[in-house]
Design a protein around this ligand. Structure first.
Ligand code: EPU
Length: 341
């Protein structure tokens, strides 16, 4: 199996911060993973494309970066079934499907990252989540030293959440996913920006529109290093929302099925006066306040300190504690915001 020692990860994270790992492994077969089981008794971190991870110290633990490749399509009368390996690029998979006339992923175009990372945080955009299409996930379980299939229900998907961030965290690796796309596809055009498209729009037109919206609002990580939304949109109780709304009548909010209300974290951050705010080479993006960027050679701690400042300012103003969506990695493993200095 390919591996590298004392390896710089600066090109392996979309914040482009400096960090070195003592060793990085690139498994691409089940046999490779069986060899790695021994490594997993020490701190380690599974890295996809590095588009949702912030290295907060100059050093990381052992890194495992799976490189399984391959996409296969099955077809029945009613649906397409697409199996994709974890090392494939997510946006390439979206394009592959649309090119083949397999519709469904168009709203999820241009999300940076790998296929294997997509179910971990249940990637979502413009009213669609990957959970809507997951039929099963192949999971290599380190303790059992073999693979097993998890059904959609077993993955326990929620908003930017899944079993892979909770009970199964660091217990194994997603090696491939199987997605199911019913042939009686219906476009999802409810989200602002898509709701002006004709009801019978082709999936490719929707995909191109999503790409245009993202390009207009979200910084290209290759130009301005970032990891998309840094925080999750917070969910509050109906009572808390009424209180907030009485003080801020124009607050951006989305009613949830269970009576709670999801707030737009970007709105809270902008209202806190932090849009465009800069701290030691790190900045709150000036077109989308939910995105933190590395504008001038920031290190991981600089970006973490900016995130802390945002979190504390929003807390003081709205009594809401924003929770990071981005995962933060220190030398000994994952850390929470504020846990290290
Ligand atoms: N808003 C502001 N100021 C800002 C940003 C947003 O007032 O600086 C307001 C907007 O006016 C709008 C609302 O907040 O009313 C929502 O904004 P937007 O449509 O840009 O979406 P978001 O809630 O900020 C979420 C996802 C994005 C996804 C978009 C589109 C999360 C954490 N983020 O952002 O996902 O692309 O919706 O569906 O759920 C990501 O996860 O990395 C990501 C980019």
């Amino acid at each position: 199996m390919k591996s590298r020692q004392q390896f710089s990860l600066q090109k392996n994270n979309s914040f482009a911060v400096y960090a070195t790992t003592p060793i990085i492994y690139y498994p691409n077969s089940e046999q490779d993973l069986q060899l790695l089981a021994a490594v997993t008794s020490e701190p380690f971190y599974i890295l996809g494309a590095g588009s949702n991870t912030l290295f907060v110290e100059g050093v990381t633990p052992v890194i495992i970066k799976p490189e399984f490749l391959g996409i296969h399509v099955n077809e029945t009368e009613e649906y397409y079934q697409v199996n994709a390996a974890c090392g494939e690029n997510w946006h390439d998979l979206v394009c592959f499907c649309i090119d083949k006339g397999i519709n469904g992923l168009e709203n999820l175009a241009l999300i940076p990252g790998s296929v294997g990372a997509a179910p971990v945080q249940n990637i979502g955009a413009y009213g669609v989540e990957i959970a809507d299409f997951i039929e099963s996930v192949t999971w290599f379980y380190f303790a059992k030293n073999k693979s097993q299939q998890l059904t959609q229900a077993q993955c326990q998907f929620d908003y930017r959440d899944s079993i892979f961030k909770n009970a199964l965290k660091n217990k194994g690796i997603i090696t491939d996913i199987t997605l199911r796309f019913p042939k009686n596809w219906q476009p999802k055009l409810n989200y602002q920006g898509l709701n002006t498209l004709p009801k019978n729009s082709h999936a490719r037109v929707i995909m191109d529109t999503v790409i245009a919206i993202r390009n207009a609002k979200l910084p290209d990580p290759k130009v301005i290093p970032n990891a998309g939304s840094f925080f999750k949109n917070p969910v509050v109780s109906a009572e808390q929302f009424l209180l907030l709304k009485s003080n801020h009548p124009e607050i951006a909010a989305y009613q949830q099925d269970n009576g709670t209300v999801k707030l737009a974290a970007g709105w809270l951050i902008e209202r806190a006066g932090l849009k465009g705010y800069q701290l030691n080479g790190a900045a709150v993006h000036n077109k989308q306040a939910l995105v933190l960027t590395n504008i001038d050679s920031a290190c991981g701690a600089d970006i973490k300190n900016l995130a802390l400042h945002v979190q504390q300012t929003v807390l003081a103003l709205f009594a809401i504690m924003l929770q990071p969506e981005v995962r933060m990695l220190g030398e000994q493993g994952e850390v929470t915001l504020g846990a290290i200095n």
